[in-house]
Design a protein around this ligand. Structure first.
Ligand code: NAP
Length: 264
């Protein structure tokens, strides 16, 4: 158990997918969670309602990232809700992938948009969050395995490479305050971002690439983020942790690819 009672957390992109799971797990450990999202009010409401049903504390925070004034909008709402409480935990999770932004089809506009959401926003959210964060705080950035395996979505991969560098540099700078900064790098995980994964054939294919023989689930990531947010992770900083069930460790023998290791 992470025991985050009395802590506050901001999780960006928490209305759906991995962010929702992170928010639910942090709330289950006792944190008051700001469930940030961009436009999907219904999804954010569902996340907050699920947390409340489980006895946790959370509130929704709408602020579209990648547009003018995005960080001001977010922090105006956050500070109103926190009412002078500090922000103990920041999870930079919100991101978009542009499947059209390959080396052949990327445009300055698609490049600017993906970088604005995936890189500019985390940088300036963190800059503002540090003013509210006490010594000993926690920052966790959600990157991607595409920083070390190649895919055609070159612009998205470049943003995640930038985020890895951001995390190391930031950890170095804020370490004197006892603030840890780590990067969680999911593999192929079942969310809306990967709607291509919904077919049985795609799931089977991903299983053959993965030592634990299945795609990731959002809770697989949320549980690791909760650990990094906890006191138990106090001596881990500046690290990138691959959370991917053993993705692309090597060829998987045909017979073992069908034996799924169940999630608990
Ligand atoms: N799924 C994977 O296989 C995978 C693998 C590696 C890394 N990741 C990383 O994991 C993180 C979460 O991914 P996911 O798969 O859970 O994504 P997802 O299901 O598509 O959810 C994206 C979340 O980000 C929010 N968001 C997107 N654009 C936004 C914007 N412009 N302004 C504000 N909020 C915005 C969405 O809010 P709305 O609901 O309002 O749209 C939503 O809450 C991302 O950093 C992603 O790069 C995912």
């Amino acid at each position: 158990m992470a025991d985050l009672a009395g802590r506050t957390a901001l999780v960006t992109g928490a209305s759906r997918g991995i962010g929702r799971s992170i928010a639910q797990r942090l709330a289950a450990e006792g944190a008051l969670v700001a469930v940030h999202y961009g436009t999907n009010d219904d999804a954010a409401r569902k996340t907050v309602a699920a947390i409340h049903r489980s006895g946790g504390r959370a509130f929704p925070l709408r602020a579209e990232l990648g547009v003018d004034g995005d960080v001001d909008t977010l922090f105006a709402a956050l500070e109103t809700e926190l009412q002078d409480r500090p922000l103990d935990i920041l999870v930079n999770n919100a991101a978009v992938i542009d499947y059209g932004a390959s080396i052949h089809a990327a445009t300055p506009k698609s490049y600017e948009r993906v970088f604005a959401i995936n890189v500019r926003a985390p940088l300036f959210i963190t800059q503002r969050a540090l003013r509210l964060m006490p010594d000993g705080g926690r920052i966790i950035n959600i990157s991607s395995g595409v920083t070390w395996f190649a895919t055609p979505e070159i612009v998205y991969a470049m943003t995640k490479g930038a985020l890895n560098v951001f995390g190391r540099s930031l950890a170095h700078t804020v370490g004197t305050r006892g603030i840890t900064v780590n990067t969680v790098s999911p593999g192929i995980t079942e969310t809306d971002m990967n709607d291509w994964l919904r077919s049985a054939e795609a799931t089977r294919h991903v299983a053959t690439m993965t030592a634990l023989a299945r795609p990731g689930r959002p809770a697989d990531i949320g549980d690791v983020v909760a650990f990094l947010a906890s006191d138990d992770a106090r001596w881990i900083t500046g690290q990138t942790i691959e959370v991917n069930g053993g993705l692309l460790l090597g060829p998987v023998p045909a017979q073992s690819a069908t034996t799924e290791v169940p999630a608990h």
